[in-house]
Write a protein that binds this ligand. Sequence first.
Ligand SMILES: COc1ccc(S(=O)(=O)N2Cc3cc(-c4ccc(C=O)o4)ccc3N(Cc3cncn3C)C[C@H]2Cc2ccc(O)cc2)cc1
Ligand SMILES: [Zn+2]
Length: 331
Amino acid sequence: GGARKPLALSSPGPTNLLLEQHAKFVVKYSENKDDYEFVMSEFLRINGVYWSLTALDLMYAKEELHKEEIMSFVLQCYDSESGGFSPAHRHDPHILYTLSAIQVAATFDAMDRLDQESVVRYIQKLQNKDGSFSGDIMGEVDNRFSFCAVSCLALLKRLDAIDVDNAVNYICSCLNFDGGFGSQAGSESHAGLIFCCIGVLSITQQLHRIDADIIGHWLCQRQLPCGGLNGRPEKLPDVCYSWWVLSSLAMIGRLHWIDSKDISQFILASQDEETGGISDRPGDLPDPFHTLFGLAGISLLGNTKLKTVNPVFCMAQEVLDRMGIKPQLLE
Ligand SMILES: COc1ccc(S(=O)(=O)N2Cc3cc(-c4ccc(C=O)o4)ccc3N(Cc3cncn3C)C[C@H]2Cc2ccc(O)cc2)cc1
Ligand SMILES: [Zn+2]
């Protein structure tokens, strides 16, 4: 009980961006296929490919990975019976992995390798009568899956394949009194779900359905004395929340409301000087997931050593420009 003591940064840690070391960390992580963690993390493998590839792309280093090798891995995850993608060969398909597969193909400009019509049908079948989306045939409903579905279809240029109005109405039915969104109607507000719901409204050009000042206020309250951002009140700061909060603020045109110097310092202090990579907070072990979202957050805050990142898709902006995809952003 009682307010947690603010996370005192033991040492300010690294204050400059260790780009070369992060590129090495990400490449090395995806190469050591034998160790225990790598095998045990098979359930997230294709997501790990998206996190690693996008982190490298933002650092102008995506050539470090072999396009053909990765695209053949992605296609091994394709389940031709359902039209969906699994995390690794012979696992069950899920909308989370289908989004990662499409994001990797888009980044490599290899969308023509995908059986696009079947993927569209897979996503179509996941929409429920109330407009919400399930993640797979097990039927669990979550606004994360609405974001995945709408993002996939936007990248496939096939938003016409679902009932967009019903999907938007379901999202709006989940708006909480504090201006935030949770996983389902009535769920507690959470920064990651606010990102997903604002992302759906941005892609469907419906951002006028929310009050940017009220949500912007809730998002700025996520910043702690140590500079880092948390995902909900009373939680510890975490680098990946800097992405969910900053990208949400960017979509609603309120990014200038947050103290960008302090949050940059928190992300830079979460870098690992020995191994490279970024962890969830200073002193913890780095991983590709937090490395991507830390770099994407720093890019959003204007660091020009990194490519411009699109706040909705968390991919290099140049990829969306090449594909002519323009989600709505409030000024
Ligand atoms: C180490 O424990 C976990 C817990 C959840 C997951 S997850 O896949 O459900 N997921 C993404 C996630 C990934 C990692 C991670 C470690 C090594 C790698 C290799 O690339 O990636 C670590 C954490 C993590 N989480 C959990 C988390 C992050 N910050 C706080 N927590 C509790 C997020 C979780 C959910 C998720 C978020 C975004 C997304 O695009 C996909 C999944 C993965 C590992
Ligand atoms: Zn995290």
